[in-house]
Design a protein around this ligand. Sequence first.
Ligand code: 26V
Length: 825
Amino acid sequence: LWEKYGGDETDDKEAFQKSFIRHVTTTLARSIYNIDNFSAYQATAHSVRDRLIKRWNETQQTHTEADSKRVYYLSLEFLLGRSLDNALLNLGLKDNCGEGVKELGFAMEDVLDQEVDAALGNGGLGRLAACYMDSLATLDYPAWGYGLRYTYGIFQQRLKDGYQVEFPDYWLNFDNPWELPRLDVVVDVKFYGSVNRYTDEKGRKRYAWEGIDTVQSVAYDVPIPGYGTKNCINIRLWSSKPKRQFDLSRFNEGQYEQAVQEQMQAENITAVLYPNDNHMVGKELRLKQQYFWVAASLFDIVRRFKKSQRPWSHFPDQVAIQLNDTHPSLAIVELQRILVDLEGVDWDDAWEIVTRTFAFTNHTILPEAMERWPVPMVQYLLPRHMQIIFDINLFFLQKVEKAFPDNRDLLARLSIIEESTPQFVRMAHLAVVGSHRVNGVAELHSELIKKTIFKDFIQYYGNDSKFENKTNGITPRRWLHQANPKLSELITDTLGNKNWLKNLDLLKGLKSYVDNKDFRKRWVAAKHSNKVRLTEYIKKTTGIIVNSNALFDVQVKRIHEYKRQFMNILGVIHRYNTLKKMTSEERADVVHRVVIFGGKAAPGYYIAKLVIKLINSVAEVVNNDNSIEDSLKVAFIPDYNVSVAEIIIPASDISQHISTAGTEASGTSNMKFVLNGGLILGTVDGANIEIHEEIGDDNIFMFGNLAHQVDDLRHAHRYRNVPMDPSLQAVINDIESGQFGDSRIFAPLINTLTLGQDYYLISDDFQSYLDAQKLVDEAYKDKEGWITKSILCSANMGKFSSDRAIQEYAERIWNIEPVPVVTKK
Ligand code: 26V
């Protein structure tokens, strides 16, 4: 039918231009003589959207017909960034579309630059979900993501007097061509109410929850195209909507505010993404978001399963559900409720189905990030779910009691319920008990969770049954092909084809060119042009002028004490005052540095915000001090997000991943930097360790205490008089002397090192950090040596493709097979 009646959405230039003009005229209702860059973006986006939808439809039809097992990735965050360039590259339209746009009078870069980021995530966890969707699509897996369509994404960050100020991210201000509203796919979600007990026709005790507050959940589908395949998968994002428009009787009585109140409360649920990462705040609205999303998603999944008319026992053979952190843990309870209360499945059979269906990924061991919800809050909001949680817990603890009789401490430690006042539900325990697999996100992290937060579960389940490692990965399509076109082109030219984009291990082939003069020259040229691009961006966004020939030293990530941006800026102060003491001749010999920071602090995280202020205060002094002759510049780039990362990462010479050992579960930007030929200065933490293993000692700068030493060091700070590291003391003195403005501002920050007992062990690592920095300087002086390192870095990064990670999940956890779209004809 498409052949006969469909449009001509082919991939050639002329067809694209036709689409473009048609969309300008009809979709945008504009004159073709009056197109600005933004309209050009919209017309291009809509033309691409048409082609995406076609693939989306074919893929969904193929998957429905195949009726094979699917995986559902439940994530409260999908940090997608921009879609146009990614879609063009993945669909192979970039060249034709670029030429078409050019002929119509526009520069592709300007058109691409019009798009706002879809910033529905905080950081690592949300971006990981986005990379995984790209790999699932590319590898032809039948997969769907489920998330929330927040009206406001992560806040926009601006700087005022060196302080962070937050602005709302109203990303849906203009139409969003990357979503398909499914106004007919609506799920009613209930809250509050009570539970009724009754006896069914078989004489069984049954429970029925009567929720009283109903909110509607409307589906918006976001197509995710794979690279080099016809497959295009789906992320379904739910948006909340009131069940009734507004209370007409109140309206007629003149009570206008009350009349719309219910509507506003319903819309509140998906209004805003919570901007904390790695910090739990027990707000009821957040719990409501979680249930709203879980209930709608499971309804949808169960509805799809029921179409096949299989018995319930087949559910885990058709459905795998991955829980991205504990945020969707209520899904375990909801599926048990659906099976037992609504479908009449016996408890034990239902529980078997549930645990075979779910698997859970843990992304942090920081105690303050562990999700716990007060029992009274859960009871009030979701009374039946609270009962089910108590029952799950009871049956679980009965089994533990059988295996370890009379070990009450063990029961208390394993319990899903924390016996405090009030009681709390431990979501991580619920997720472990309700899943057949639990994984950490890097080797070290997966070992640590077994020794810390899930130690007691190992005692019960044994070492090898449930717990696994799945080292994170990143998609080379966005993080090399799209973000670094010059390097990508060089790699393709050198290897002779683009196969490396689907098999990143092929980068190993670059090693035989490491001594090839021409190849090295182009490698350096690519890096340099990326540095020039970043130099311009820094000038545009901060006014700071930096030299693109200097060493670019980058730390971009969420601002958090455990990530130790504070240590970095303390190191900068040390460097600055060392430079100041030098003579001009001595300085002539030093490597010029540009130290680049970026990242958002959670709006309520006072100390993190103070770190931003300190960085900007130091930058102000350093950048305006002519006496050091441009040997050091400091820039804080505002509003770090996915699109900004795409500019910064390819331009880095060295990037810092310097968390206190054992605190950064994996890190994923570390992988992006190295893939782009940037070296790492890092601690022995998270995925740094595995990157080190892959690229070798010569190509990475590692320093600092190890994870197993952390407890003892903290103990020493608490109970002994540890003398302050002299270099660090000198830097503290500099700050306190007022060298960077009123020192009283920074007192709470300095106090974390002294009164606060230096929880993140900056003083313990400071000297080895400075030593490592010296090695970086020395290595950079050896230009040829550095180029070799840079090439070998990229060439050895095959392991860190998200394709590898997804293949491991698919084989070891989900048990799913690829289902490629085969186009007839
Ligand atoms: C936790 C919470 C706690 C409740 C309030 C809101 C909220 C939002 C996000 C999170 C997730 C924090 C965990 C996280 O983002 N972990 C990061 O996951 C990355 C992907 O696995 C990993 O590379 C980073 O090392 C890890 O910090």
